[in-house]
Design a protein around this ligand. Structure first.
Ligand code: NDP
Length: 333
């Protein structure tokens, strides 16, 4: 059984590769350069090339970007689409975020419909960003909620990442409804993802966005002042990766969104978890009694669908933060 995974050089995708291989899938990843492709193969020296290989897709926003990548012999059975920009260097909201997110998603669905009739399901990596309503939180967040962000609001640099994920996911569901392709889709909607890095890093400066605050804590950047937490919901990358694979293995996952969330956190709680797991870092950390910005009255969340349909069993926060810190210390943080 063969799977195409887009954005193979990404933080989450690196974990998905390992879980796909463990499940015995033949895996082809898309990457933007030969160098990144080779790095992935080098990290799996014992895996034969019919089990793991790469194809180049330089920019998912280009028309027809995936037309060649989806053609394969033997043909693909499933596609996992994770490639999408997640960073905060924004020059042009449309070119840097909205186009790659939205056109990347519709582009791969169109290419599959046209050139890969064997594909049965496509799993799209969406986000809590496509669920959250920061102006008016509901009592309980679940898969029923949608971020009400508008195109105009998306031009605001602080909104554009969330908007890109919202519009991309909507475009995927619209495509299936209008085009009625041979495949169904499922989406995985994680909040902030922490966890060990398994991909080769150029430098700690180039670390994926969601792990940056763990790096900052262990480098002493929170010692004087802990920045505001932001979202207060998190999940472990290994659970997110497993969710993607379960979403192809479990027949009933088709046609569903999955809000994959492990629990609440705050930056202060992350500091405390690091203090407990790595006492040698004490001198880099703020004092144990600095204020915690975790609100006294916070929205609820419902992750029952992910537990019941995908069988997820979420890792606890302390373990994840400890493992993340460990993996960053290993690369010299
Ligand atoms: P990474 O930045 O590590 O991965 C993003 C991947 O997308 C990289 O492989 C990147 O390639 C690729 N990519 C970005 N833009 C383009 C483009 N224009 N053309 C081709 N490839 C592109 O981030 P994550 O692993 O964290 O994110 C993976 C997915 O998960 C994204 O869809 C993100 O929105 C989603 N997500 C992440 C969360 C998190 O907290 N980490 C939370 C919720 C959702 P390259 O390496 O070459 O830049």
């Amino acid at each position: 059984v063969k799977v195409l995974l887009t954005g193979g050089s990404g933080f989450i995708a690196a974990h998905i590769v390992d879980i796909l291989l463990q499940h015995g899938f033949d895996t082809v990843v898309t990457v933007r350069s030969e160098e990144k492709g080779k790095r992935i193969l080098d990290a799996h020296p014992d895996t034969p090339k019919e089990k793991l290989s790469y194809v180049l897709v330089k920019d998912v926003a280009q028309d027809g970007a995936f037309d060649e990548a989806v053609k394969s012999n033997p043909p693909f059975d499933y596609v996992l689409h994770t490639a999408s920009p997640f960073h905060f260097t924004i020059n042009d909201p449309v070119k840097d975020f909205l186009d790659p997110a939205i056109k990347g998603t519709t582009g791969i669905l169109k290419a599959i419909k046209a050139y890969a009739p064997s594909v049965k399901r496509v799993v799209v990596t969406s986000s809590f960003a496509a669920i959250v309503n920061s102006k008016q939180h509901p009592k309980i967040y679940s898969e029923k909620e949608w971020n009400p962000v508008t195109w105009e609001e998306a031009m605001d640099h602080s909104q554009v990442y969330r908007a890109s994920k919202t519009f991309a996911e909507k475009a995927a569901w619209d495509f299936v409804e209008k085009e009625k392709p041979n495949f169904d889709i499922a989406t995985i909607n994680p909040p902030l993802v922490f966890g060990p890095i398994v991909h080769y890093l150029n430098s700690l400066e180039a670390i994926n966005t969601s792990n940056q605050r763990v790096r900052d804590i262990i480098q002493g950047k929170f010692k004087e002042k802990i920045p505001p937490t932001g979202t207060f919901l998190w999940v472990d990358v290994r659970d997110v990766a497993l969710a993607h694979v379960k979403a192809i293995v479990v027949a009933e996952a088709g046609g569903k969104r999955f809000f994959v969330v492990a629990g609440y956190f705050s930056n202060k709680r992350a500091v405390d978890a690091i203090r407990e797991a790595h006492p040698k870092l004490e001198s880099k950390l703020p004092s144990p009694d600095v204020a915690d910005d975790f609100p006294s009255n916070i929205f609820g969340f419902d992750n029952s669908k992910s537990r019941e349909v995908l069988g997820l069993n979420y890792r606890p926060f302390k373990q994840t933060i400890s493992d993340t810190a460990e993996s960053l210390l290993d690369v010299g943080a």
